[in-house]
Design a protein around this ligand. Structure first.
Ligand code: NAD
Length: 268
């Protein structure tokens, strides 16, 4: 089975890795990609963009040039993704969304779109991170009620949202498992006289520095011991390869809004 794929925002950091991963995948046929109209990479060979040599497919600024795609892969921006979803619904195209930072209301819009087309909404497409989600769920079930739970994340200086979508997802998994409302129990950073830690809170700490690709740790700390569950990404290719896994999976399912947990068979 060959799946025709287009990459949205293909001149971005993730876009270039996605081009390479798609080009090297034996079941994927890369049919195009888009860039902003103001981009200096309009009508540019996709392979050249990814540094893998010309592949004979050029970038476009018009989504209508991507009608040959069965699945679109979108790692762009919130505004762009919300527009792209409208086009996908009009043209019955499946979409893997890697863009992060959506509000609850925006997630709702994406879930509604999932009634018409197949969507994977994956704030982190790394297989290791999705296993981490499962591990924190198991840990929260066992010891979450009496340990102090803190979530640490670090990313490169260019990242625009904080905490990362992945850190928020870790928080949601833990809060859901423990029957807490993350909006009520999350503490985003501390300064000055903070008073003693309230046991049922979930703390978040963020570092933005240099070229860190992505690190996440969930702490479950008691007096005398603590468990730290950590994932470190050392290359963006891990996200690109996970996105390919989501793409080949999505090409086989009907409409719905799915997660990487569904893709990896980790949902009950
Ligand atoms: P980036 O800024 O390098 O790339 C984004 C690209 O999208 C840019 O080239 C930009 O020009 C393009 N773009 C934005 N709006 C557009 C539009 N309307 N039309 C065409 N192109 C448009 O950023 P990045 O590091 O590649 O990350 C992109 C997104 O993916 C971010 O939201 C980031 O948080 C997310 N991300 C997700 C994962 C994951 O595993 N899901 C991993 C890394 C990054």
């Amino acid at each position: 089975m060959t799946i025709n794929v287009a990459i949205l925002g293909c001149s971005g950091r993730m876009g270039r890795n996605l081009i390479q991963a798609a080009s090297e995948h034996k079941h994927i046929n890369l049919v195009g990609g888009n860039v902003r109209a103001s981009s200096s990479f309009v009508n540019f060979d996709l392979g050249e963009l990814a540094g893998i040599g010309a592949i004979g497919q050029k970038t476009s600024t018009d989504l209508n040039d991507l009608l040959a795609a069965d699945v679109l892969i979108d790692f762009t921006s919130i505004e762009s993704t919300l527009e792209n979803i409208k086009w996908c619904q009009q043209h019955k195209k499946a979409i893997v969304i890697g863009t992060t930072g959506f509000s609850a209301a925006q997630v709702e819009i994406i879930e509604q779109a999932g009634k018409n087309i197949p969507i994977v909404l994956a704030p982190n497409t790394s297989v290791g991170v999705n296993l981490l989600f499962k591990l924190v769920e198991i840990t929260a079930k066992a010891i979450g009620d009496y340990t102090d739970i803190e979530i640490f994340e670090a990313h490169h200086r260019f990242k625009k949202d904080a905490p990362s979508g992945t850190a928020m997802k870790i928080g949601e998994v833990i809060a859901d498992t423990l029957g807490r409302n993350l909006d009520e129990c999350a503490i985003y950073g501390r300064e000055g006289i903070t008073d003693e830690r309230k046991q049922d809170t979930i703390g978040f700490a963020t570092v933005r520095a240099g070229d860190i690709i992505g690190e996440h740790t969930a702490f479950f700390a008691d007096l005398g011991e603590r468990l730290e569950i950590t994932h470190k990404a050392s290359s963006r290719m891990t996200f690109a390869l996970g996105a390919m896994r989501a793409t080949t999976w999505l090409a086989k399912v009907k409409e719905g809004c799915y997660t990487m947990q569904d893709v990896l068979g980790l949902t009950e």
